[in-house]
Design a protein around this ligand. Structure first.
Ligand code: SAM
Ligand code: SF4
Length: 328
């Protein structure tokens, strides 16, 4: 699949549920209303949908959410997709908040997953409870260690939050260095109403990087996962540190990805509202002809880039949907 700007689309992110066992302050309002269960595609339908994308050239699949590991029987889907590894699919990964990892780490490895992203914004239990509202740090740390033990490569994703975790990046770098995890820092993005003012949360990573430079020897690398992160290597730990800066750096030129939600809506860009409905063609027939056509038509309208509003005084979100709909 080549889009109108010559970008090969080889990466699909699938949000398998919009539900979550946490309520992170930058992601959701505490009283989030979730989709009625009947609107969700079944796991069998998600499997078929992913199969169609793999036929169209998707090589890398990431399951996300909401929290992917809270969807009932999600391991069935993961095992099914794992069977496609080496049969067109090169990599199957997940992004998780880690709360269920202690339970699932071995099964994930057995299904063919080799690397996972775990979102962790702080190593301080009280702050963790404040950021996630409902999360418990020890359970997540147990999960991360179980993943490591199971042989999974762990990358930690940390959202940089002004006045909340900005004093902790040195500690996170040290901890990740000791555990041999890579770390990626992310700027907050204005997605969905969260019942709070986002300008209070925004911390530009240019500032963070300038501060980190005083303590760590950071060297530019050309390492890329085909995504928006710019990586440096940290001489003192030997690990990589990524920066995802959607607000201050435009990462769209090399975008290789699209996102599908648990209701079968395909978003061609994280920062745009345009979407294609794949549920109707998926359910209309057992034959994939209609679905294939809908996918090809949608890729043909993938936009050039996002419209995140750089003016931070703007308090309304740039896109209406929450990150938990498309999974980041
Ligand atoms: N629940 C899983 C997790 O937390 O890893 C997967 C879904 S979560 C929506 C995916 C990633 O998006 C997480 O790393 C989270 O920190 C990030 N995220 C959520 N809302 C965000 C926002 N408004 N701006 C930037 N990152 C956000
Ligand atoms: Fe849940 Fe992930 Fe959103 Fe936090 S960031 S509320 S863990 S979906």
């Amino acid at each position: 699949m080549i889009d109108p700007f010559g970008r090969a689309i080889s990466y699909l992110r699938v949000s398998v549920t919009d539900r979550c066992d946490f309520r992170c302050v930058y992601c959701m309002a505490e009283d989030m209303v979730f989709l009625p269960k009947k609107d969700l595609l079944t796991l069998e339908e998600l499997d078929r949908l992913c199969g169609a994308f793999i036929r169209h050239g998707v090589k890398k699949l990431r399951l996300t959410g909401g929290e992917p590991l809270v969807r009932r029987d999600v391991m069935w889907l993961i095992r099914r997709l794992g069977e496609q590894l080496g049969q067109g699919l090169d990599e199957l990964t997940i992004t998780t908040n880690g709360s269920q990892l202690a339970k699932y780490a071995d099964e994930l490895f057995a299904a063919g997953i080799r690397r996972i992203n775990v979102s962790l914004d702080t190593l301080d239990a009280a702050k963790f409870a404040a950021i996630t509202r409902w999360g418990k740090l020890p359970a997540v740390l147990d999960g991360v260690m179980a993943a490591k033990q199971a042989g999974l490569h762990v990358k930690i994703n940390t959202v940089a939050l002004k006045g909340v975790n900005e004093d902790e990046f040195d500690g996170l770098i040290e901890w990740c260095g000791a555990q041999k995890f890579d770390l990626c820092l992310i700027e907050t993005m204005p997605m969905g109403e969260i019942g709070e003012d986002r300008t209070e949360q925004y911390l530009p990573l240019s500032l963070v990087r300038a501060r980190l430079n005083r303590r760590w020897t950071l060297t530019e690398t050309d390492f890329s996962t085909g995504g928006p992160a710019r990586y440096v290597s940290i001489a003192e730990t030997g690990q990589r540190l990524g920066f995802i800066t959607p607000m201050t750096h435009n990462f769209c030129e090399s975008c290789n990805r699209v996102r599908v939600t648990c209701t079968g809506t395909l978003y061609m860009c994280l920062g745009q509202d345009d979407a294609a409905d794949l549920r109707a063609p998926l359910l209309a027939s057992e034959d994939d002809g209609l679905l294939d056509r809908a996918i090809v038509e949608a890729i043909a309208r993938k936009p050039k880039g996002h419209d995140f509003i750089i003016d931070r005084r703007q308090t309304r979100p740039a896109v209406r949907r929450h990150m938990s709909v498309t999974g980041g």
